[in-house]
Design a protein around this ligand. Structure first.
Ligand code: SAM
Length: 284
């Protein structure tokens, strides 16, 4: 008789320090028939560190781009009364990691799914940041496009909650420049390589951000960013101002120029410009 109930176990694994895994997680991994993971090399390495036998397991790689055929294969293992464990390369699966479509699929089929909690870079970074923890909003990786990046930060800053993002070390100067040129008051905490040898926490705010930009600091490793933006008073240009500018410039140029000084995004101003031009054409 098996020690654990049949079902799919979503197991959090370390984000750096290999000891950051719960006793329950280790026990379930040990008793699993099937291991679903992103990269078998990474997870087999974890098994070695934990001194767990991995040769007696069935191994399946998974990401959400895989088709329902792969999800069905995982479901079939559950049909056979097997214990299936899902892990990601690090931290909590599904948090900026694969698994959402699988969970959705397995839930619909009516199987039991168990969460085995543990490390998550977002939460572990938030709690040491010193920024507000009563309301926070996790945005994962933001889009590469600068306008979309700014517009997401702007929209979420209106929630008056702390913002958590995952960011690449190579993009840190982009982040600093974006914040300093679009928001007048903010606090920023960069949590680097949490639980690892080169763990570091860097505190920046709107007053000293220029010093960091000038230094052109080059960071390495994995970063979680915690941000508190104090929302500026709304600056919305009137139709009259837009029409004056539209006499001299194209809608794309007007929206690019005014969005820098406005609370409204470039896309929103652009749409307003197009609407105003249509109205003007109807009048003539
Ligand atoms: N599922 C993971 C979790 O629960 O945190 C996150 C996976 S996501 C693909 C990887 C990102 O998480 C990294 O690019 C980095 O932004 C953040 N991250 C992961 N480990 C970290 C660490 N030790 N210190 C700081 N940030 C980390």
């Amino acid at each position: 008789m098996k020690k654990f109930e049949k079902g799919l176990y979503i197991i959090s694994t370390p984000i750096g320090n290999r000891y950051d895994i719960t006793l329950r997680a280790i026990s379930i991994l040990k008793n699993s028939d099937v291991i679903v993971c992103e990269d078998t090399r990474v997870t087999k390495n974890l098994f070695k560190l934990l001194e767990l036998d991995f040769k007696d397991k069935k191994w399946l790689t998974y990401n959400d781009y895989k088709s329902d055929i792969r999800r069905n294969r995982i479901k079939k293992a559950l049909d056979l009364n097997e214990i299936v464990s899902m892990v990601s390369d690090a931290g909590t699966p599904l948090i900026s990691d694969p698994g959402y479509k699988l969970i959705n699929y397995i839930r619909e089929k009516g199987y039991k799914i168990f969460s085995i909690p543990g490390p998550c870079a977002a939460i572990s970074s938030l709690v040491i940041s010193g920024l507000k923890t009563d309301k926070f909003c996790f945005l994962g990786f933001l889009p590469r496009n600068k306008n979309k990046y700014v517009s997401i930060l702007r929209n979420y800053s209106s929630l008056k909650s702390t913002i958590i993002i995952y960011e690449k070390a190579t993009r840190i100067n982009f982040l600093l420049n974006t914040l300093s040129s679009n928001f007048s008051t903010f606090k920023l905490v960069i949590v680097k390589e949490l639980t690892k040898i080169y763990e570091e926490v860097i505190f920046i705010n709107s007053k000293n951000v220029h010093t960091y930009i000038e230094k052109n600091v080059k960071l390495r490793g994995e970063l979680t960013i915690i941000i508190e933006i104090v929302k500026d008073i709304d600056i919305i240009f009137s139709d009259k101002v837009l029409l004056i500018e539209l006499k001299k410039l194209k809608p794309s140029q007007v929206s690019a120029m005014l969005s820098k000084k406005s609370t409204e995004s470039r896309e929103k101003i652009y749409k307003r410009c197009i609407g105003l031009i249509k109205n003007e054409n109807k009048k003539n």
